[in-house]
Design a binder for this molecule. Structure first.
Ligand code: HEC
Ligand code: HEC
Length: 355
């Protein structure tokens, strides 16, 4: 009897030991997986304000108003928010954006979220900062279509913005300038960061993302996606050829475009250097699940197909449906909520649009 009891106890304690060992090894695996993830990815910072000018509340609020202001565009209909819309996670849901006077743009609108963290702005990287991007949009014939910065400044005064500019730029004799328009919009954009479940994971909360997402993350690393998509915004740090193994349009079905006199050649359009032919900025993958369609021309509608295209064109691999689903689960863990200050529409100065 005593022997039996001892045996039972022994058996029970052995079971407990096995159970503890398996918990410990699962924890070890989880920890090792997290450590590996931390070598490739970084959580979003709390803010990305630049140090050399203060981003006062007045300046950010002015930037928000200007972001939603349509009457500065040459047809009175377009604002940044028209193409970078809170309802579509800072993008517009169209394959190709529609510009001023109905002009068809040659590119898909990326989300405006987290963009101050990118190496440069636009697929071709021809804008160095969000401020420069905003300033040049004013005169672009496809975007705002204004004839000159002086025209923009006159419009802003007529619309009743002088007081808001004075408050946002208190030490300046003449604050209503196109440059300050861009600085204010940049200040607002710098508040549009979208922390996601993946950030909680990176900070140590293993269960913040699903097991599938973690397996997908491992696939994303082992397949080599991280070779281009890594860091804080999972991309956005380099320029790479789109279509390394074959011409990209064979996989995406991308069309020739009149405006570009053929297919989109990426950075080549700006630099005219042969080595920039079909080279594009690697986009960030934060919020990618929320911003279809995909690629610089919105040629691919669904995220799983975009992942297949990437495996084929950038890595020369055929990927199984199971692995695609896991990678998509990982990409979904990069979706943040729309920042509260972006989700509400501002009241703009009361003034008619006169053209
Ligand atoms: C007509 C639609 C439209 C309007 C209006 C518009 N954008 Fe965009 N935006 C786009 C498109 C399309 C791109 C991609 C252009 C490219 O890559 O060549 C883009 C790119 C950007 C980018 C770079 C994102 C990245 O990942 O490289 C930022 C930032 C941005 N826009 C902010 C703004 C701001 C601020 C305004 C208002 C001043 C604005 N946009 C007005 C369509 C628009
Ligand atoms: C050699 C560099 C490189 C590698 C490796 C790579 N990508 Fe990309 N990725 C790019 C570039 C460049 C683009 C932009 C192409 C374009 O739109 O012109 C892109 C675009 C994407 C997009 C579309 C984003 C959007 O908003 O339209 C997704 C999704 C994506 N990559 C996922 C992946 C996955 C998943 C892998 C691994 C299977 C991967 N990438 C491997 C360079 C790369």
């Amino acid at each position: 009897m005593i022997i039996k009891k001892t045996r039972l106890l022994f058996a029970a304690s052995a079971l407990v030991t096995i159970a503890i060992a398996s918990i410990v090894s699962a924890e070890d695996t989880d920890k090792a997986q997290l450590e590996r993830a931390r070598t490739f990815f970084k959580a979003l910072p709390d803010s990305v304000h630049v140090d050399d000018y203060p981003h006062s509340k007045a300046r950010v609020e002015l930037g928000k108003s200007l972001f939603f202001e349509t009457r500065v565009s040459s047809d009175g209909r377009l604002s940044c928010a028209a193409c970078h819309n809170p309802s579509y996670h800072g993008a517009d849901s169209l394959a190709l954006s529609v510009g001023v006077h109905g002009a068809k743009l040659p590119r898909n609108a990326p989300t405006v979220f987290n963009t101050p963290l990118l190496i440069a702005q636009h697929y071709g990287g021809n804008r160095t900062s969000v401020e420069e991007q905003a300033m040049k949009a004013l005169l672009s014939p496809l975007a705002y279509g204004n004839a000159s910065y002086a025209d923009v400044e006159a419009k802003l005064k007529t619309l009743g913005y002088s007081k808001k500019f004075e408050q946002a730029f208190p030490n300046e004799a003449e604050p209503v300038t196109a440059e300050n328009w861009a600085v204010a919009i940049g200040a607002f954009e710098r508040t549009l960061l979208t922390p996601a479940p993946f950030d909680k994971y990176l900070k140590g909360d293993i269960r913040a993302i699903s097991k599938e997402a973690r397996l997908g993350m491992d696939k994303f690393i082992s397949m080599g996606c991280v070779g281009c998509h890594s860091g804080t915004v999972v991309g956005g740090q380099s320029f790479q050829k789109f279509g390394i193994t074959e011409d990209y349009w064979l996989a995406t079905g991308s069309k020739e475009m009149e405006l570009l006199k053929g297919r989109d050649k990426g950075r080549y359009h700006d630099t005219k250097k042969d080595e920039d032919m079909y080279v594009f900025k690697v986009p960030q993958l934060r919020n990618v699940a929320m911003t279809p369609p995909y690629f610089h021309d919105g040629s691919v509608a669904k995220l799983d197909d975009a992942v297949r295209v990437m495996a084929r064109l950038q890595l020369g691999q055929k990927i199984s449906d199971t692995d695609v689903a896991l990678i998509v689960a990982f990409l979904e863990s990069l979706s943040g909520t729309v920042p509260a200050q972006f989700a509400t529409v501002p009241a703009l100065p009361v003034s008619p649009y006169m053209n």
